[in-house]
Design a protein around this ligand. Structure first.
Ligand code: UTP
Length: 234
């Protein structure tokens, strides 16, 4: 399968043992699948953006700092992945053309997040599946940190995901593990999404099984292969 992984910056380990463990899972997936990883900016991005904002920087400049942070995180992960494509692609075309497997990149241009980059890349390379490894265990009907009655969602359609993320985007402080632009891009391209808790990297492997943990979006057209994973039935 052709897989794009959006690896949240907040779950990327900042010490060697944890990074090796994450990299080992990615390397083993890349032995069976075509894997492209988009790494987020995490605390590094937030720190730089916070200081720049305090200095009165424009949002576009803050985004550029965020992008540099995502590329630093991508570079760090690459240090633990000896067989991977050696550079950090800065465009979708570069990521699509890279021969080695896996490919690791960060942000591309100001104005969105790495979830959107991962969704656009998935569309660009016509991927079978996007996996979002994040710091919560699933998508919920509402933000569970604010709403104790929020329900965990096991399966949903792209349309439901877009509705949920636009509701969150228009409410102050609303937050979903996957953002609105990324959701719309996936809906348009009809690419399934699995959202898993990436704090345990084994969940990234489990995302490709018949019964993935977390939330499955748009996976009703099941891939009729022996692997039985969620996919687009190509
Ligand atoms: P992230 O994708 O890590 O954003 O990019 P995030 O929403 O803070 O991620 P979570 O909450 O950890 O999942 C960090 C920042 O880099 C800029 C944005 O400012 C973003 O908030 N960025 C990233 C871009 O402007 N363009 C990109 O293509 C990627």
């Amino acid at each position: 399968m052709d897989i794009v992984l959006s690896l949240g910056g907040s779950i990327l380990p900042r010490e060697a043992t944890g990074l090796r463990r994450t990299a080992a899972v990615l390397a083993s997936l890349a032995r069976r699948h075509r894997l492209r990883v988009v790494v987020g900016g995490g605390q590094l991005a937030r720190d730089f953006i916070g200081v720049a904002r305090g200095l009165g920087a424009t949002e576009a400049l803050c985004d550029e700092l965020g992008i540099l942070a995502t590329r630093m995180n991508a570079r760090l992960l690459l240090s633990a992945l000896p067989g991977a494509h050696p550079g950090v692609p800065e465009t979708y075309a570069q990521a699509a053309r890279a021969r080695e497997n896996p490919v690791v990149m960060g942000g591309v241009s100001p104005g969105h997040t790495t979830d959107a980059v991962a969704a656009i890349l998935a569309d660009y390379v016509d991927a079978d599946l996007l996996v979002n490894a994040t710091n919560v265990d699933a998508i919920y009907t509402q933000d569970p940190r604010i709403h104790p009655r929020a329900r965990r969602i096991r399966r949903m359609s792209h349309r439901q995901l877009v509705e949920l993320t636009s509701r969150a985007a228009s409410s102050a402080g609303g937050h979903t593990p996957f953002d609105l632009l990324a959701s719309k891009v996936l809906q348009r391209a009809r690419i399934p999404l699995v959202v898993v808790d990436g704090r345990n990297p084994e969940n990234i492997r489990r995302a490709l099984t018949r019964n993935p943990p977390g939330t499955v979006v748009g996976g009703s057209e099941r891939r009729p292969s022996s692997r039985g994973v969620v996919g687009r039935g190509l």
